[in-house]
Design a protein around this ligand. Structure first.
Ligand SMILES: Nc1nc2c(c(=O)[nH]1)N[C@H]1C(S)=C(S)[C@@H](COP(=O)(O)O)O[C@H]1N2
Ligand SMILES: [Mo]
Length: 356
């Protein structure tokens, strides 16, 4: 099988949003299990698939610059975590007025088992200088990009670059990975081969794919993917970067719009949050205010949690809604929080089912 065949096979089951650069949602089935099969994991790329020379440069304000290969990364202690990645633009289609940006429905979210070296272990070897404030992370991908600045819409030649606060990047407890395996296999091109960052709990824009170089920098980074996009442009207050995934629940079974038999039915779903474990999910069958508590399962610290509820389904159409609350006290809003670029929609979702 050629590389293009392998890429095409990996894309076949996804719901395409854009062909080039390839952007696609997971199918509903991609959210059924605890871990999403690789070929059902959503894909979000700002540029065409890049070439990557197989090395990672570690530099900037460090005492010991490094050039690492995938074998070097594999020789460091390996860590594996199931991590839920969600695009900050997930759910944009449900925001009104409709913001500019890729028209993501609700399926730019998936969970994979990522295995790699700890970013903190790599940084410790590189010895960041005391004046370092952020870690600038550059992907191998670049190309023409449409800037949506209010003042000057224009096309520019850009490279995908993001930065992380150095204190977070260098914290071993943050468990940020330079991942070289996804679900037990080497990374496929769409998900960042040969290696990528995986930043647990953060909207997935932080998880830089095709990682090319990381540099300790001594003043805050500004760039299109840091201070132009992936920021909340609120109508009434200063912009904020997108960071942690907001608390959110999803009803998986029954699938939206399906018909199920009357009688006992186990409703199942997922819930996740970057700001703490899910402590409560309520289900509503009536609209308005009555929330029945469901049974929420524990899971690994960085992945969505499963929940279930035994329902006595009576004939008719029912409006099902699930609402999650996390340990930090954050709870889903009824209305998506409007911001100009349409990020972070974690409003309670509505799903209809027919019972016969
Ligand atoms: N180099 C690079 N990394 C990137 C991106 C990109 O365009 N280029 N997209 C980011 C965004 S916005 C998301 S949501 C995730 C998607 O990861 P996935 O395609 O593996 O699901 O990758 C992030 N990392
Ligand atoms: Mo994203």
């Amino acid at each position: 099988m050629t590389l293009t065949d392998a890429i095409a096979r990996n894309r076949a089951a996804l719901t395409m949003i854009k062909e080039e650069p390839f952007n696609a949602e997971a199918p509903h089935d991609g959210l059924r299990d605890a871990v999403t099969p690789t070929e059902l994991h959503y894909v979000r790329s700002n540029f065409a698939l890049p070439d990557h020379d197989g090395t990672l440069q570690v530099g900037g304000a460090v005492g010991n610059p490094l050039t690492l290969t995938v074998d070097d990364l594999r020789s460091l202690p390996a860590v594996e975590h199931a991590v839920t990645l969600e695009c900050a633009g997930n759910g944009r289609l449900d925001i009104r007025p409709l913001p500019t940006g890729e028209p993501w429905g609700g399926y730019a979210v998936s969970t994979a088992r990522w295995r790699g070296a700890r970013l903190a272990d790599v940084l410790r070897r590189a010895q960041p200088g005391a004046d370092g404030v952020e870690l600038r992370c550059e992907g191998a991908d670049s190309g023409k990009y449409h800037l949506t600045s209010v003042l000057e819409p224009a096309d520019a030649d850009l490279t995908f670059v993001r930065s992380l606060p150095l204190a977070h990047a260098a914290d071993p407890a943050a468990e940020i990975l330079i991942a070289y395996e996804m679900n037990g296999e080497p990374l496929v091109p769409d998900h960042g081969a040969p290696f990528r960052l995986v930043v647990p709990h953060w909207y997935a824009v932080a998880s830089v794919k095709w990682l090319k170089r990381i540099d300790v920098i001594t003043s805050p980074f500004a760039g299109e993917f840091q201070t132009g996009h992936y920021i909340y442009q609120w109508p009434d207050r200063p912009f904020e970067p997108v960071t942690l995934m907001r608390v959110r629940a999803r009803i998986i079974d029954p699938a939206p719009g399906t018909t199920i038999p009357a009688g006992r039915y186990t409703i199942r779903g997922k819930a996740w949050s970057g700001s703490g474990p899910i402590v409560e999910v309520g289900l509503s069958f009536t609209g308005d205010s009555e929330w029945s508590p469901v049974n929420v399962e524990p899971a690994g610290p960085y992945q969505w949690q499963e929940w279930s509820y035994e329902w006595e389904a009576t004939p008719g159409r029912h409006s099902l809604r699930a609402r999650a609350r996390d340990a930090s006290g954050d709870i889903q809003p009824e209305v998506p929080p409007w911001n100009r670029l349409g990020y972070g929609n974690n409003a309670v979702e509505l799903s209809y089912v027919e019972v016969r």
